[in-house]
Design a protein around this ligand. Sequence first.
Ligand code: PLP
Length: 394
Amino acid sequence: MENRPFIYLDNAATTSVRPEVLTAMEPFFKESYANPASIYQFAQNTHKMLDESRETIANCLGAKPQEIYFTGGGSEGDNWAIKGVAYALKDKGKHIITSKIEHHAVLHTCEFLEQQGFDVTYLDVDEDGLVTPEQLEAAIRPDTILVTIMAANNEIGTIEPIRELGAVAHKHGVLFHTDAVQAFAHIPISVEEDNIDLLSASGHKFHGPKGVGFLYIREGVKLPPLIHGGAQERSKRGGTHNMPGIVGMATAAKLACEQMEKNAEQEKELRDYLIQRLEQEIPYVKVNGHRTKRLPNNVNVCFRFIEGESLLIMLDQKGICGSSGSACTSGSLDPSHVLLAIGLPHEIAHGSLRMTLSEQNTREEIDYTVDSLKTIVETLRSMSPLYEDFVKNN
Ligand SMILES: *Cc1c(COP(=O)(O)O)cnc(C)c1O
């Protein structure tokens, strides 16, 4: 990444497409443009690559290729899994359990189902953003049909105990879905060991292209289609295959899964260095999310007496891309539902900054970022009457 004009610390919002991924995609825009559903020889290569891509993704999860269904991204996978189970099992029960810190693709889907007569329990989380198996156990009822808890949170990076949560769901004969959009290809996941029946993921969160993802559906779990149409994806997801996207996503998954340990080590080191410098060099900083059960690339902090929006604008002027709340909520002035759920008061939640790294970031970039933040935080606090009062009284 030579000569980047900016420092990109927003990899939870989206990632850059790796050069190898772009190279793998290119033929499917050019000479290999055939529809994989066609029977002539010209379509053979596309068909073969569709199969191979499915296998590659399945291998990253310890799944079978026929359990992988290609989608148009993470939001579609979440919608399909939750609405699918709801529609399939509505005669068995209408109760769904999720958490208060899910992505809006899950939360808004659950709210939509509530309007249709489903009953949803939104589990609280502790101050680190964790859901416990005991809490889940207590919430399960005879009419519970689905538990959907994310593998890792997109704002504060907390990794949920999905293996234990899945085990609780299964003990009660309830299906377990996890939104693994932030976790897949970043931390190890095994659909068998982690007790997962349904898992959604998205290409653009691991250096693949945007607008493509997949849903893992355990063999034997019967979901109606979300997108009705042709016979693609075993008649469960209509629509001509996004071949460049699917091949790109599979290439990105293969590389990310092969290099997972190395990338995670590198990111963790930078993450912990960044957190350590912020805590040591800037007063009144709070780290959000669990300290160790945390995505390797996630840093989320609150600076008291500061507005996240002003912080972002001033960081942008220094060429640094970060985020306040999540990408979906920036633009609105409501504080993030995740930060409120971990118990932060409104005024502190407003001063949050999320910096999400990739293996492409360097120590120099982190140093420049901390140095910039020190100046920015000082400037913003010097203009804050709240801070002035606070300093006077302490
Ligand atoms: C980004 C994200 C999504 C949405 O994925 P898209 O591919 O952008 O639709 C869903 N859940 C989580 C946790 C995410 O981070």
